[in-house]
Design a protein around this ligand. Sequence first.
Ligand SMILES: O=C(O)c1ccccc1NCC(=O)[C@H](O)[C@H](O)COP(=O)(O)O
Length: 262
Amino acid sequence: MSVLDEIVAGVRLDLADREATTGPDEMRRLANAAPAPRDPMPAFRAPGTSVIAEVKRRSPSKGDLADIPDPATLARAYADGGAAAISVLTEQRRFGGSLADLRAVRAAVEVPLLRKDFVVTDYQLHEARATGADLVLLIVAALDQATLTALHDEARALGLTVLVEVHDAEEARRAVDLGAQLVGVNARNLKTLEVDPGTFGRLAPLLPADCVRVAESGVTGPDDVRRLAQEGADVVLVGEALVRDGDPAAAVRAMTGIGAAR
Ligand SMILES: O=C(O)c1ccccc1NCC(=O)[C@H](O)[C@H](O)COP(=O)(O)O
């Protein structure tokens, strides 16, 4: 079983528990009753790089990264540094996140929030919306095309912005077929968990000029951002480098507005 399959299997178990507590109809009702989501796309399309700053405690590749006893404090620092959006990992088993983290961050900042999880059912989209997320992640490698399309359509119908994540040329083709407007190229190989810094440069030219391109994983600082901006990145999504930095606001600021990608 691949790492991704293992993560998704755990996600499905936890999902069954939550659905037993709050049924699908009630979760859908809560989603529809939530305030309208914020639109991150104007900031993503602005000249120079934007940063999606991630709240990330641990990971399958690196183990424990940071304690983060109060995600709201970290989120405020990210917002102070000019993050265009904040990503909150809500997967519990491998990343140590939760919907409670997302709720706490929502209460603390006004910037758009990405629910970063392994979404495989529309229930998770409704949870995201009900908890205050503005964006959701759909990982092409985790979904067949029919399910990807159905989840993409449902997320859009809920007013959510969808970050469609790809790792290789075939997945990039599937994202293009979907008509994705926001595409994340993740440099971390989901089989080996190694980061290949050349991934973004190889895949970015396969994406349409009008879509917003996000470089994900392995971004360590402004030099990486400069290189990725030259390769066409509009946005960088950064976790480890920010949660390990003693001054996350300054670290976000240093990565923001680099180049003039558009
Ligand atoms: O981070 C991992 O080890 C990982 C393993 C398997 C699936 C997903 C994984 N990470 C999710 C992410 O996409 C990253 O958290 C995100 O791109 C930030 O990466 P980094 O800046 O390298 O922490």
